[in-house]
Design a protein around this ligand. Structure first.
Ligand code: ARG
Length: 459
């Protein structure tokens, strides 16, 4: 059934009908559509625009439609234009004339704005829960690895030794910011557009704030024209998701590198790896690669919607129907990325020995050797120069600093003494670094404690 047949004398062209329809994708928010309609009729009855009896009949009809959709009895196959027409048509079919009063004081423009907000709000809550799981997994890795030494990298070159707890602490911060962004996007969007009509409000005495309160919005939007034209909250969410998928992609990239035969810092569990159809020896990190790869399509959604919106005059334009598939795809994608990352991390094994061995090579303690000299009253610039010469000697003789004899140290500078070995040991290099946020045992334990508290506040 069409909602707008009256003005037309000819049937819509079939191609046009197919091109115009949105039921094939907006059916996914049927629950939100029904929830919004129930709130609307409650308000209409409160304002004496509908009788209590009409309200109850409509609500009963809407509930039965929802139950039949839930159970699979009612399918989205009647050729309706969109979910709004679908629900209304079935309501009228079920309860007769009274059903025709549902749309009083409402336009599909404010209805779709409401449905999408309700849907997105629910999805944000799910995304928050999934991020919470991921953060818990990251915190577990931190707690278990405060003395798991590994090299830290800059320019993908070994730089200074650190610990796995410290490395994952960086991801804890990353994902907590992602969580915060979702919270603030949700806060800003939490205003109800219903009652804005097509764009200019209505002549009925609607109580918009009442509708807002029963749908758990903070209040109703201020400007009815903006209410039906605004898709900022989707752009904000898409940008939150784009940033989040970029973070997941960076972590995936590290896992892929760590999983190579050259590094062997981690071993992926069989349940999270795949094989090769030709090379029997292969165990590939496909899941990490797909997480990395799918960030591209999430960025795509953000750019698509920005582009769709940029030329639209106020108020509603049909272009805005395009917001749905892009948003749904990005939300679905990121939800699965987070779930897979959590699962991959929880099943992955870290090779502590390989990491420590790698941290011992590559002169990652060179900065500490220079700091040692500074404590012996050598100026830092001179110390830097001296250690540079030590490194050169080490490279030429294929020796780590720890393996030099005291004589070799002294050949380059008399300032060295027997205590140099302790000063540049892996343990000292890491554990002496106790500035706030550093990998030293005291500092990382403080960080873990703070992270644990932050996580507790989220639940
Ligand atoms: N399917 C439409 C959308 O997603 C619903 C709103 C239709 N409004 C209209 N005036 N044609 O945007």
């Amino acid at each position: 059934m069409k909602l707008w047949g009256g003005r037309f004398t000819k049937e819509t062209n079939k191609l046009v009908e197919n091109f115009n329809e949105s039921l094939s994708f907006d059916h996914r928010f049927y629950k939100q559509d029904i929830r919004g309609s129930i709130a609307h009729v409650k308000m209409l009855a409160k304002q004496n625009i509908l009788t209590d009896n009409e309200r109850d009949k409509i609500i009963e009809g809407l509930n039965s439609i929802e139950a039949d959709i839930d159970s699979g009895k009612l399918k989205f196959d009647d050729g309706s234009e969109d979910i709004h027409s679908f629900v209304e048509a079935h309501l009228i079919e079920r309860i007769g004339e009274t059903g025709k009063k549902l749309h009083t004081g409402r336009s599909r423009n404010d209805q779709v704005a409401l449905d999408m907000k309700l849907y997105v709000r629910d999805e944000i809550d799910e995304l928050k829960d999934l991020l919470y799981e991921l953060l818990s997994e990251v915190l577990r890795i931190m707690e278990e690895n405060t003395t798991t030494y590994m090299p830290g990298f800059t320019h993908l070159q070994k730089a200074q030794p650190t610990t796995l707890a410290h490395h994952f602490g960086a991801y804890f911060e990353t994902f907590i910011r992602d969580y915060d962004r979702l919270v603030s996007t949700r806060k800003r969007m939490n205003l109800s557009p219903l009652g804005s009509g097509a764009f200019a409000g209505t002549t009925y005495d609607l109580d918009r704030d009442y509708v807002a309160s029963i749908l758990d919005f903070d209040t109703a939007t201020r400007n009815s024209m903006d209410s039906v034209s605004d898709r900022d909250y989707l752009l904000e969410l898409l940008s939150d998701l784009a940033i989040m998928s970029m973070h997941l992609s960076r972590l995936s990239e590290e896992i892929i590198i760590w999983n190579t035969d050259e590094y062997r810092f981690v071993e992926m569990d069989d349940t999270y790896s795949t094989g090769s159809s030709i090379m029997p020896q292969k165990k590939n990190p496909d899941i990490a690669e797909l997480i990395r790869g799918k960030s591209g399509r999430v960025y795509g959604s953000l750019i698509s919607l920005l582009t769709t919106m940029k030329g639209l005059p106020l108020a509603y334009n049909k272009d805005m129907q395009e917001d749905k598939e892009m948003s749904f795809d990005a939300i679905d994608t990121v939800k699965s990325l987070i779930k897979l990352m959590s699962g991959m991390l929880s099943s992955m094994k870290f090779n502590h020995e390989r990491m420590a061995k790698s941290a011992r090579g590559g002169f990652t303690n060179a900065t500490d050797a220079a700091d040692y000299l500074v404590k012996k009253n050598v100026a830092f610039r001179d110390a830097h120069e001296i250690v540079g010469r030590l490194v050169l000697y080490g490279i030429e003789n294929n020796k780590a600093l720890d393996d030099f004899t005291l004589e070799e140290f002294k050949n380059i500078s008399e300032a060295f003494d027997n205590d140099i070995y302790d000063a540049i040991s892996l343990k000292t290099c890491v554990e002496k670094r106790n500035t706030k946020g550093a990998p030293g045992l005291k500092a990382i334990n403080d960080e873990i404690e703070a992270s644990r508290k932050l996580l507790e506040c989220l639940k």
